[in-house]
Design a protein around this ligand. Structure first.
Ligand code: NDP
Length: 295
């Protein structure tokens, strides 16, 4: 492995699938890159491509003005960067945390960094590891504008689109959480649909083009709902919630007739029924977003 000599442009802490994609992309962009991972064997391929491998997090962060950390969660981030020796080595440098976790943890980490004289940016990666280094990568950033501007040349070496969402360090994580909510509930719905279709003798292959068609209906709904939801309007002219619950009930009945758990749909249906009981039956389905907050 390449020994650590001289200053790098960027350090990457964490070499899971995403950390390896980030470090590999920095290297391909021609940036001198130092890497560190708890399990050192994961650095082997990057070292073969020219990465310098640090033997400790403190050594790694001391090698570059900018360190990107991307590990499983903020407990892991804390375990790596909060020991005094690492925090001391980060003082006066920039830490870009691309690990996913909650907005509260992001703000807490920003407070900790400020208390240790560390420039801190918090970010979220919204696309899978293979998109890194391609135009398809999507990065969200939050934290001080000036620090973001200074880190831009390094971040843009990762390709894709980068959006700075403002000074609140929790804002990128807030978008991330909301978007993961969309993703995982949609994936849970699709997993359920596959089970239901299989029970009815429909293969995943047969369903796929029609499932894609359903997914394509959603973006225009999101756009329209943005204007409506922000003004507290949920028009149900085309599909009132009273009609929506009827079609949800069909999914529940068919599932349960096949012995398939309908818990996810039951949860959504019960929210919709509660919304109707409160007098919003002629509104659209997204009125339930207000019921969720109302408890
Ligand atoms: P993982 O989420 O599986 O994280 C693996 C990394 O975390 C490894 O470097 C692992 O080290 C390290 N780690 C875990 N626990 C600790 C610990 N206690 N101390 C030190 N290091 C620890 O892999 P990914 O690389 O896929 O994800 C990293 C982040 O990127 C996550 O927050 C994820 O949500 C986000 N992300 C990932 C995407 C993807 O496509 N993979 C897409 C978008 C976001 P070791 O190798 O030693 O186990």
């Amino acid at each position: 492995m390449t020994p650590l000599t001289g200053e790098s442009a960027v350090t990457v802490l964490g070499l899971g699938p995403m950390g390896r994609a980030l470090a590999g992309t920095f290297l391909r962009a021609g940036l001198r890159t130092t890497v560190w991972n708890r399990t050192v064997t994961r650095a082997k391929e990057l070292a073969d491509h020219g990465a310098a491998v640090a033997l400790s997090p403190a050594e790694a962060v001391a090698a570059s003005p900018v360190t990107v950390v991307c590990v499983v969660d903020y407990d892991a981030v804390d375990a790596i960067v909060r020991p005094d020796i690492v925090a001391g080595a980060l003082r006066g440098r920039t830490l870009v945390n691309l690990t996913a976790d909650t907005p509260g943890r992001a703000r807490d980490t920003a407070d900790w960094a400020a208390g240790h004289g560390i420039g801190y940016l918090d970010g979220a990666i919204m696309t899978p590891a293979p998109t890194i280094g391609t135009p398809g990568g999507v990065f969200l950033h939050s934290g001080p504008e000036e620090l973001y501007r200074r880190s831009t040349p390094v971040m843009e070496a990762l390709g894709g689109t980068h959006t700075h969402l403002g000074a609140d360090p929790g804002r990128a994580a807030a978008y991330d959480i909301a978007l993961l909510d969309v993703f995982w509930t949609a994936m849970a719905g699709y997993a359920h649909a596959l089970a239901l279709a299989r029970a009815e003798g429909v293969t995943a292959r047969e369903l796929a083009p029609f499932a894609a068609g359903i997914a394509a209906i959603l973006p225009p709904i999101f756009e329209q709902a943005a204007a409506d939801a922000d003004s507290g309007r949920f028009p149900g002219v085309v599909n009132p919630i009273t009609s929506a619950v009827a079609s949800m009930a069909h999914v529940i009945h068919t599932s349960e007739a096949h012995g398939i758990d309908a818990g996810v749909m039951r949860a959504a249906e019960s929210l919709a029924r509660r919304t109707i009981r409160r007098g919003y039956g002629s509104d659209g389905f997204l009125r339930i977003s207000e019921m969720l907050a109302a408890g």
